[in-house]
Design a protein around this ligand. Structure first.
Ligand SMILES: [Zn+2]
Length: 244
């Protein structure tokens, strides 16, 4: 004997249709969340690439600023060198002790200034040397992450198209389940499906609603067994059927 899909007890025909619709709707919901997960994942990966690129640019900015400051100091050092040279020329042609001493002092001051600037330059050079390997590391990370992202985008596009195709199929299937369904029953079902997280139609187990575990009245049990009246749970409002 072939397996019967029909339940063994009488089930109200509308409830039977709604139960089948609920099964399709569960698949619609699963497919929708799969389809939606792709743009979310794409955005997550895009953000990762963007964050890494920003970190890389920040390191580059530190290096560029240090380099700019170094160049400015270099110009100042050259200026001091020229000034020292002028004072040395004064000193070398001086014809009295006081002008010799004055030039000598100037040379010492200028040399101190020059040394201070050169120390600053050394610090900047150290900073550049510290940051340069970091920049290379960041470049590497950005390149790896970008390549992975590009590969993911190509793959996910195929997957997304495939999922959208399946989703459309299930939605089409859903449409066929709506034929002959009374409008009022469908509206009640849809509102319940939304508010009960996909459990609008539930079985009765040992005279209990399996949606909220409230016991049914003997009267409702009798109606359910009769199968000619659509019975809803008095407590949670779910549409009920006997599992058989
Ligand atoms: Zn209930």
């Amino acid at each position: 004997m072939p397996m019967l899909l029909r339940p063994l007890v009488n089930m109200h025909p509308v409830v039977q249709q709604l139960l089948a619709l609920q099964q399709v709707d569960a698949r619609v919901a699963t497919m929708r969340s799969k389809v939606d997960s792709i743009p979310r994942e794409t955005a997550r990966r895009q953000k990762k690439v963007d964050d890494l690129s920003r970190q890389r640019d920040a390191v580059e900015t530190v290096i560029e600023q240090a380099d700019g400051q170094y160049q400015e100091l270099e110009t100042k050092v050259s200026g001091l060198d020229a000034a020292i040279k002028r004072q040395q020329d004064h000193r070398d042609v001086s014809n009295n002790a006081s002008s010799f001493t004055a030039a000598q002092h100037q040379i010492e001051y200028l040399t101190q200034d020059k040394e201070a600037l050169q120390n600053e330059q050394l610090e900047l050079m150290e900073r550049i040397e510290q940051e340069t390997p970091k920049l290379a590391e960041c470049d590497q990370l950005v390149a790896v992450e970008t390549a992975e992202f590009e590969a993911y985008k190509a793959e996910s596009q195929v997957l997304e198209d495939e999922l959208r195709g399946k989703f459309d199929e299930v939605v089409g299937e859903r449409g066929r389940h709506l034929d002959d369904l009374p409008e009022q029953s469908l509206a009640m079902y849809e509102e319940l499906f939304e508010s009960t997280d996909g459990t609008a139609v539930v079985a009765v187990d040992g005279s209990h609603c399996t949606g909220c575990y409230t016991r049914l009245t003997p009267n409702d049990m009798a109606f359910l067994l009769g199968g000619s009246t659509l019975i809803t749970c008095k407590s949670c409002g779910r549409i009920l059927y006997l599992a058989g």
